[in-house]
Design a protein around this ligand. Structure first.
Ligand code: GLA
Length: 396
Protein backbone atom coordinates (compact mmCIF):
# COMPACT_ATOMS: atom_id res chain seq x y z
CA UNK A 1 0.00 0.00 0.00
CA UNK A 2 1.19 3.51 -0.81
CA UNK A 3 2.32 5.84 1.97
CA UNK A 4 -0.56 8.20 1.24
CA UNK A 5 -3.20 5.52 1.80
CA UNK A 6 -1.45 4.24 4.88
CA UNK A 7 -1.32 7.73 6.38
CA UNK A 8 -5.01 8.25 5.65
CA UNK A 9 -5.95 4.95 7.26
CA UNK A 10 -3.91 5.76 10.35
CA UNK A 11 -5.47 9.21 10.69
CA UNK A 12 -8.97 7.79 10.30
CA UNK A 13 -8.37 5.05 12.86
CA UNK A 14 -6.90 7.59 15.24
CA UNK A 15 -9.90 9.93 14.91
CA UNK A 16 -12.29 7.04 15.55
CA UNK A 17 -10.50 5.93 18.73
CA UNK A 18 -9.34 9.11 20.39
CA UNK A 19 -10.63 12.58 21.23
CA UNK A 20 -8.74 15.55 19.87
CA UNK A 21 -6.66 16.90 22.77
CA UNK A 22 -6.01 20.07 20.81
CA UNK A 23 -2.27 19.45 21.20
CA UNK A 24 0.39 18.79 18.58
CA UNK A 25 -0.03 15.69 16.41
CA UNK A 26 1.86 14.03 13.59
CA UNK A 27 2.49 10.95 11.46
CA UNK A 28 5.84 9.14 11.54
CA UNK A 29 7.54 6.04 10.13
CA UNK A 30 10.58 3.89 10.77
CA UNK A 31 11.69 1.09 8.44
CA UNK A 32 12.89 -2.48 8.94
CA UNK A 33 16.26 -3.37 7.48
CA UNK A 34 18.16 -6.03 5.64
CA UNK A 35 21.85 -6.43 6.30
CA UNK A 36 23.75 -6.95 3.04
CA UNK A 37 26.94 -8.10 4.74
CA UNK A 38 28.74 -7.77 8.10
CA UNK A 39 26.93 -10.15 10.40
CA UNK A 40 27.63 -10.44 14.12
CA UNK A 41 30.29 -7.78 13.76
CA UNK A 42 28.46 -4.80 15.30
CA UNK A 43 28.93 -5.86 18.92
CA UNK A 44 32.59 -6.54 18.11
CA UNK A 45 33.09 -2.84 17.27
CA UNK A 46 33.26 -3.83 13.61
CA UNK A 47 31.65 -2.93 10.30
CA UNK A 48 28.19 -3.64 8.89
CA UNK A 49 26.49 -2.83 5.59
CA UNK A 50 22.69 -2.72 5.99
CA UNK A 51 20.03 -0.92 3.99
CA UNK A 52 16.63 0.31 5.15
CA UNK A 53 13.58 -1.43 3.65
CA UNK A 54 10.39 -0.04 2.20
CA UNK A 55 8.65 -2.17 4.81
CA UNK A 56 8.10 -0.03 7.86
CA UNK A 57 6.11 0.72 10.98
CA UNK A 58 4.00 3.86 10.82
CA UNK A 59 2.45 5.83 13.68
CA UNK A 60 -0.08 8.60 14.10
CA UNK A 61 0.33 10.27 17.49
CA UNK A 62 -0.95 13.22 19.47
CA UNK A 63 0.23 14.67 22.75
CA UNK A 64 -1.95 14.40 25.87
CA UNK A 65 -2.11 16.81 28.80
CA UNK A 66 -1.28 14.05 31.30
CA UNK A 67 1.58 11.50 31.64
CA UNK A 68 -0.20 8.52 30.14
CA UNK A 69 0.76 6.75 26.91
CA UNK A 70 -2.14 4.96 25.23
CA UNK A 71 -1.19 2.87 22.20
CA UNK A 72 -3.18 0.86 19.72
CA UNK A 73 -1.51 -1.29 17.09
CA UNK A 74 -3.77 -2.02 14.12
CA UNK A 75 -2.01 -5.38 13.70
CA UNK A 76 -2.48 -6.48 17.31
CA UNK A 77 -5.26 -6.37 19.86
CA UNK A 78 -5.75 -5.04 22.49
CA UNK A 79 -4.87 -1.42 23.28
CA UNK A 80 -2.11 -0.93 25.87
CA UNK A 81 -1.43 1.97 28.18
CA UNK A 82 1.20 2.96 30.69
CA UNK A 83 2.16 5.80 32.97
CA UNK A 84 5.42 7.64 32.29
CA UNK A 85 6.04 7.82 36.05
CA UNK A 86 5.62 4.11 36.58
CA UNK A 87 7.31 2.09 33.84
CA UNK A 88 7.03 -1.62 34.65
CA UNK A 89 7.50 -4.46 32.22
CA UNK A 90 4.30 -5.65 30.57
CA UNK A 91 4.15 -9.47 30.77
CA UNK A 92 1.04 -9.97 28.61
CA UNK A 93 1.75 -7.64 25.72
CA UNK A 94 5.42 -7.72 24.93
CA UNK A 95 5.19 -5.03 22.25
CA UNK A 96 4.34 -2.48 24.95
CA UNK A 97 7.83 -2.96 26.38
CA UNK A 98 9.46 -1.47 23.29
CA UNK A 99 7.49 1.75 23.74
CA UNK A 100 8.10 1.82 27.48
CA UNK A 101 11.79 1.11 27.01
CA UNK A 102 12.13 4.10 24.68
CA UNK A 103 10.25 6.38 27.09
CA UNK A 104 12.45 5.13 29.92
CA UNK A 105 15.71 5.78 28.07
CA UNK A 106 14.58 9.26 27.01
CA UNK A 107 13.69 10.11 30.59
CA UNK A 108 16.98 8.70 31.88
CA UNK A 109 18.68 11.19 29.59
CA UNK A 110 16.61 14.01 31.11
CA UNK A 111 14.32 14.60 28.16
CA UNK A 112 11.01 15.90 29.53
CA UNK A 113 8.17 13.72 28.25
CA UNK A 114 4.42 14.10 28.17
CA UNK A 115 1.66 11.54 27.48
CA UNK A 116 0.66 10.42 23.98
CA UNK A 117 -2.15 8.71 22.17
CA UNK A 118 -0.61 6.65 19.41
CA UNK A 119 -1.93 4.37 16.65
CA UNK A 120 0.55 2.07 14.94
CA UNK A 121 0.54 -0.22 11.93
CA UNK A 122 3.29 -1.97 10.04
CA UNK A 123 4.28 -4.40 7.32
CA UNK A 124 7.68 -5.51 8.62
CA UNK A 125 7.26 -9.24 9.29
CA UNK A 126 7.99 -9.98 12.94
CA UNK A 127 10.55 -12.53 14.14
CA UNK A 128 11.98 -12.69 10.61
CA UNK A 129 15.31 -10.98 11.25
CA UNK A 130 14.19 -7.80 9.47
CA UNK A 131 14.18 -5.68 12.64
CA UNK A 132 10.54 -4.98 13.25
CA UNK A 133 11.42 -4.30 16.89
CA UNK A 134 14.00 -1.65 16.01
CA UNK A 135 11.41 -0.03 13.73
CA UNK A 136 8.91 0.06 16.59
CA UNK A 137 11.45 1.64 18.93
CA UNK A 138 12.58 4.23 16.41
CA UNK A 139 9.06 5.24 15.39
CA UNK A 140 8.18 5.72 19.07
CA UNK A 141 11.28 7.83 19.63
CA UNK A 142 10.44 9.88 16.51
CA UNK A 143 6.94 10.60 17.82
CA UNK A 144 8.22 11.84 21.20
CA UNK A 145 11.05 13.73 19.55
CA UNK A 146 9.01 15.60 16.97
CA UNK A 147 5.90 16.26 19.03
CA UNK A 148 7.89 17.58 21.98
CA UNK A 149 10.66 19.29 19.98
CA UNK A 150 13.34 17.29 21.79
CA UNK A 151 15.83 17.48 18.89
CA UNK A 152 17.51 14.20 19.74
CA UNK A 153 20.58 13.71 17.57
CA UNK A 154 19.94 10.80 15.12
CA UNK A 155 22.84 8.66 16.35
CA UNK A 156 21.85 9.30 19.96
CA UNK A 157 18.32 8.25 19.06
CA UNK A 158 19.62 4.97 17.62
CA UNK A 159 21.73 4.37 20.73
CA UNK A 160 18.90 5.02 23.14
CA UNK A 161 16.57 2.75 21.19
CA UNK A 162 19.23 0.03 21.39
CA UNK A 163 19.49 0.67 25.12
CA UNK A 164 15.70 0.40 25.38
CA UNK A 165 15.83 -3.07 23.89
CA UNK A 166 18.79 -4.15 26.01
CA UNK A 167 17.55 -2.76 29.31
CA UNK A 168 13.80 -3.06 29.06
CA UNK A 169 13.17 -5.95 26.71
CA UNK A 170 16.25 -7.92 27.73
CA UNK A 171 18.40 -9.03 24.76
CA UNK A 172 21.86 -7.60 24.41
CA UNK A 173 21.68 -6.72 20.69
CA UNK A 174 24.17 -4.50 18.84
CA UNK A 175 23.57 -1.07 17.32
CA UNK A 176 23.03 -1.95 13.65
CA UNK A 177 19.24 -2.26 13.46
CA UNK A 178 18.25 0.95 15.22
CA UNK A 179 21.01 2.85 13.46
CA UNK A 180 19.91 1.96 9.94
CA UNK A 181 16.23 2.36 10.82
CA UNK A 182 16.93 5.92 11.96
CA UNK A 183 19.63 6.96 9.48
CA UNK A 184 18.98 4.87 6.33
CA UNK A 185 19.14 6.69 3.00
CA UNK A 186 17.15 6.05 -0.16
CA UNK A 187 19.20 4.35 -2.89
CA UNK A 188 22.04 3.60 -0.47
CA UNK A 189 23.39 1.05 1.94
CA UNK A 190 25.29 2.42 4.94
CA UNK A 191 28.66 1.10 5.96
CA UNK A 192 28.52 1.71 9.69
CA UNK A 193 31.64 1.77 11.79
CA UNK A 194 30.23 0.37 15.03
CA UNK A 195 33.12 1.74 17.08
CA UNK A 196 32.99 5.40 16.07
CA UNK A 197 29.28 5.21 15.15
CA UNK A 198 30.03 7.04 11.92
CA UNK A 199 28.86 5.87 8.52
CA UNK A 200 29.76 5.98 4.88
CA UNK A 201 27.05 6.07 2.23
CA UNK A 202 27.40 3.30 -0.34
CA UNK A 203 25.31 3.85 -3.48
CA UNK A 204 23.21 0.79 -4.08
CA UNK A 205 20.94 1.28 -6.98
CA UNK A 206 21.67 -0.37 -10.23
CA UNK A 207 19.03 -1.13 -12.83
CA UNK A 208 20.63 -4.49 -13.57
CA UNK A 209 20.46 -5.99 -10.08
CA UNK A 210 17.89 -6.60 -7.41
CA UNK A 211 17.96 -7.45 -3.74
CA UNK A 212 15.61 -10.34 -3.04
CA UNK A 213 14.78 -11.32 0.52
CA UNK A 214 13.51 -14.78 1.24
CA UNK A 215 11.83 -15.57 4.54
CA UNK A 216 12.26 -19.18 5.74
CA UNK A 217 9.16 -18.71 7.88
CA UNK A 218 10.73 -20.77 10.61
CA UNK A 219 10.60 -19.38 14.13
CA UNK A 220 13.93 -18.17 15.45
CA UNK A 221 13.85 -20.31 18.56
CA UNK A 222 17.38 -20.29 19.99
CA UNK A 223 18.27 -16.84 18.94
CA UNK A 224 18.34 -14.96 22.26
CA UNK A 225 20.40 -17.41 24.27
CA UNK A 226 22.76 -18.28 21.42
CA UNK A 227 23.26 -14.58 20.65
CA UNK A 228 24.38 -13.84 24.18
CA UNK A 229 26.57 -16.95 24.10
CA UNK A 230 28.33 -15.72 20.94
CA UNK A 231 29.01 -12.42 22.64
CA UNK A 232 30.67 -14.24 25.53
CA UNK A 233 32.76 -16.38 23.18
CA UNK A 234 33.94 -13.24 21.39
CA UNK A 235 34.93 -11.62 24.63
CA UNK A 236 37.01 -14.70 25.54
CA UNK A 237 38.84 -14.30 22.23
CA UNK A 238 39.38 -10.60 23.01
CA UNK A 239 41.01 -11.45 26.35
CA UNK A 240 43.27 -13.94 24.62
CA UNK A 241 44.44 -11.54 21.91
CA UNK A 242 44.84 -8.74 24.42
CA UNK A 243 47.24 -10.89 26.40
CA UNK A 244 49.17 -12.10 23.34
CA UNK A 245 49.45 -9.05 21.08
CA UNK A 246 51.66 -6.07 21.58
CA UNK A 247 48.74 -3.66 21.54
CA UNK A 248 45.53 -3.00 23.37
CA UNK A 249 42.73 -5.26 22.14
CA UNK A 250 39.31 -4.18 23.42
CA UNK A 251 37.24 -5.85 20.69
CA UNK A 252 37.77 -8.30 17.83
CA UNK A 253 37.82 -5.27 15.56
CA UNK A 254 41.39 -4.73 16.74
CA UNK A 255 42.61 -8.11 15.46
CA UNK A 256 43.88 -8.42 11.87
CA UNK A 257 43.54 -11.50 9.68
CA UNK A 258 47.31 -11.97 9.91
CA UNK A 259 47.29 -11.88 13.71
CA UNK A 260 44.41 -14.29 13.75
CA UNK A 261 46.24 -16.75 11.51
CA UNK A 262 49.34 -16.50 13.64
CA UNK A 263 47.55 -17.37 16.90
CA UNK A 264 44.39 -19.27 16.12
CA UNK A 265 45.91 -22.71 16.72
CA UNK A 266 46.57 -21.67 20.34
CA UNK A 267 42.92 -20.95 21.02
CA UNK A 268 40.26 -23.53 21.91
CA UNK A 269 38.69 -24.65 18.63
CA UNK A 270 35.30 -22.98 19.12
CA UNK A 271 36.73 -19.67 20.28
CA UNK A 272 39.11 -19.67 17.30
CA UNK A 273 36.24 -20.33 14.89
CA UNK A 274 34.12 -17.50 16.34
CA UNK A 275 37.05 -15.09 16.12
CA UNK A 276 37.80 -16.24 12.58
CA UNK A 277 34.29 -15.39 11.49
CA UNK A 278 34.32 -11.89 12.99
CA UNK A 279 37.80 -10.96 11.80
CA UNK A 280 37.27 -12.20 8.24
CA UNK A 281 33.74 -10.77 8.08
CA UNK A 282 35.07 -7.30 8.88
CA UNK A 283 37.44 -7.67 5.96
CA UNK A 284 34.60 -8.85 3.71
CA UNK A 285 32.59 -5.73 4.54
CA UNK A 286 35.49 -3.48 3.53
CA UNK A 287 35.98 -5.49 0.31
CA UNK A 288 32.25 -5.32 -0.41
CA UNK A 289 32.26 -1.54 -0.13
CA UNK A 290 35.18 -1.40 -2.54
CA UNK A 291 33.43 -3.76 -4.96
CA UNK A 292 30.17 -1.81 -4.83
CA UNK A 293 31.91 1.52 -5.32
CA UNK A 294 33.53 0.03 -8.42
CA UNK A 295 30.23 -1.43 -9.61
CA UNK A 296 31.66 -4.95 -9.30
CA UNK A 297 28.51 -6.86 -8.33
CA UNK A 298 30.00 -10.24 -9.20
CA UNK A 299 32.69 -9.78 -6.57
CA UNK A 300 30.18 -8.53 -4.05
CA UNK A 301 27.99 -11.60 -4.70
CA UNK A 302 30.93 -13.92 -4.05
CA UNK A 303 31.62 -12.15 -0.75
CA UNK A 304 28.01 -12.78 0.24
CA UNK A 305 28.44 -16.50 -0.36
CA UNK A 306 31.71 -16.46 1.62
CA UNK A 307 29.96 -14.67 4.46
CA UNK A 308 27.27 -17.34 4.60
CA UNK A 309 29.83 -20.11 4.71
CA UNK A 310 31.60 -18.42 7.59
CA UNK A 311 28.34 -17.88 9.50
CA UNK A 312 27.36 -21.48 8.93
CA UNK A 313 30.66 -23.21 9.71
CA UNK A 314 32.62 -20.90 12.01
CA UNK A 315 29.97 -18.86 13.79
CA UNK A 316 27.32 -21.61 13.69
CA UNK A 317 24.29 -19.34 13.62
CA UNK A 318 22.66 -20.68 10.45
CA UNK A 319 20.04 -23.44 10.30
CA UNK A 320 18.95 -26.09 7.83
CA UNK A 321 16.29 -23.93 6.18
CA UNK A 322 18.65 -20.97 5.67
CA UNK A 323 21.28 -23.29 4.19
CA UNK A 324 18.71 -24.81 1.83
CA UNK A 325 17.79 -21.35 0.55
CA UNK A 326 21.40 -20.36 -0.01
CA UNK A 327 22.15 -23.64 -1.79
CA UNK A 328 19.10 -23.18 -4.00
CA UNK A 329 20.33 -19.70 -4.94
CA UNK A 330 23.81 -21.02 -5.61
CA UNK A 331 22.44 -23.57 -8.08
CA UNK A 332 20.85 -20.84 -10.20
CA UNK A 333 22.54 -18.66 -12.75
CA UNK A 334 20.23 -15.78 -11.88
CA UNK A 335 21.87 -15.22 -8.48
CA UNK A 336 25.24 -13.57 -7.92
CA UNK A 337 25.23 -14.04 -4.15
CA UNK A 338 23.16 -15.17 -1.18
CA UNK A 339 23.53 -15.37 2.57
CA UNK A 340 21.58 -15.50 5.79
CA UNK A 341 20.87 -12.05 7.19
CA UNK A 342 20.33 -10.87 10.77
CA UNK A 343 21.00 -12.85 13.91
CA UNK A 344 20.30 -16.27 12.33
CA UNK A 345 18.63 -19.52 13.51
CA UNK A 346 15.79 -18.80 11.08
CA UNK A 347 14.60 -15.57 9.57
CA UNK A 348 15.66 -14.56 6.07
CA UNK A 349 18.29 -14.85 3.38
CA UNK A 350 19.34 -11.90 1.27
CA UNK A 351 20.07 -12.56 -2.41
CA UNK A 352 21.69 -10.50 -5.14
CA UNK A 353 19.95 -11.28 -8.41
CA UNK A 354 20.07 -10.14 -12.05
CA UNK A 355 17.11 -7.86 -12.60
CA UNK A 356 16.00 -9.46 -15.83
CA UNK A 357 15.64 -12.88 -14.24
CA UNK A 358 14.17 -11.86 -10.89
CA UNK A 359 10.87 -13.64 -11.47
CA UNK A 360 12.52 -16.90 -12.62
CA UNK A 361 14.70 -16.72 -9.53
CA UNK A 362 11.89 -16.15 -7.07
CA UNK A 363 9.79 -18.90 -8.64
CA UNK A 364 12.61 -21.40 -8.53
CA UNK A 365 13.43 -20.50 -4.93
CA UNK A 366 9.81 -20.78 -3.92
CA UNK A 367 9.36 -24.14 -5.63
CA UNK A 368 12.66 -25.60 -4.43
CA UNK A 369 12.21 -24.54 -0.81
CA UNK A 370 8.64 -25.79 -0.62
CA UNK A 371 9.70 -29.10 -2.09
CA UNK A 372 12.56 -29.63 0.35
CA UNK A 373 10.97 -28.34 3.54
CA UNK A 374 7.21 -28.40 2.97
CA UNK A 375 7.17 -24.75 4.09
CA UNK A 376 5.85 -21.88 2.02
CA UNK A 377 8.49 -19.11 1.97
CA UNK A 378 7.74 -15.39 1.64
CA UNK A 379 9.77 -13.53 -0.93
CA UNK A 380 10.20 -9.76 -1.21
CA UNK A 381 12.08 -7.72 -3.80
CA UNK A 382 13.54 -4.70 -2.09
CA UNK A 383 15.06 -1.30 -2.83
CA UNK A 384 17.13 0.76 -0.39
CA UNK A 385 14.59 3.03 1.29
CA UNK A 386 14.93 6.11 3.49
CA UNK A 387 15.31 5.88 7.27
CA UNK A 388 12.84 7.24 9.82
CA UNK A 389 10.47 9.94 8.60
CA UNK A 390 8.24 12.71 9.87
CA UNK A 391 5.51 13.18 7.26
CA UNK A 392 4.67 16.66 8.50
CA UNK A 393 0.98 15.76 8.72
CA UNK A 394 -1.54 16.66 11.40
CA UNK A 395 -4.25 14.17 12.39
CA UNK A 396 -7.18 16.51 12.72
C1 GLA B 1 20.62 -8.81 15.37
C2 GLA B 1 21.11 -7.65 16.23
C3 GLA B 1 22.14 -6.81 15.50
C4 GLA B 1 23.25 -7.69 14.92
C5 GLA B 1 22.67 -8.86 14.16
C6 GLA B 1 23.73 -9.83 13.69
O1 GLA B 1 19.91 -8.30 14.29
O2 GLA B 1 20.04 -6.83 16.62
O3 GLA B 1 22.65 -5.85 16.37
O4 GLA B 1 24.11 -8.11 15.92
O5 GLA B 1 21.71 -9.57 14.92
O6 GLA B 1 24.57 -9.23 12.78
Amino acid sequence: MENKQRIKRLQETFRKRYEDTGLKSGVFAAPGRVNLIGEHTDYNDGFVLPMALEKKIMAAAQLREDRKVVAYDMNYEPEISFDLDNLVKNKENNWANYLMGVADELQKRDYQLQGLNIVLEGDVPSAAGLSSSAALEVVTAMAFDRLLGLEVDPVEMALLCQAAENNFVGVNWGIMDQYISRLGREGHALMIDCRSNEYELVPFQNENYRIVICNTNVQRSLVDSEYNRRREECSKAVDFFDSKLDKKVTALRDVTVKELEQYESKLPEITAARARHVVTENRRVKESVEALNEGDFVRFGQLMYDSHESLRDDYEVSCEELDILVELAQKQNEALGARMTGAGFGGCTVNLVYEKSTSEFTEALHRGYKKETGIEPDIYVSFPAPGAADFDKEIW
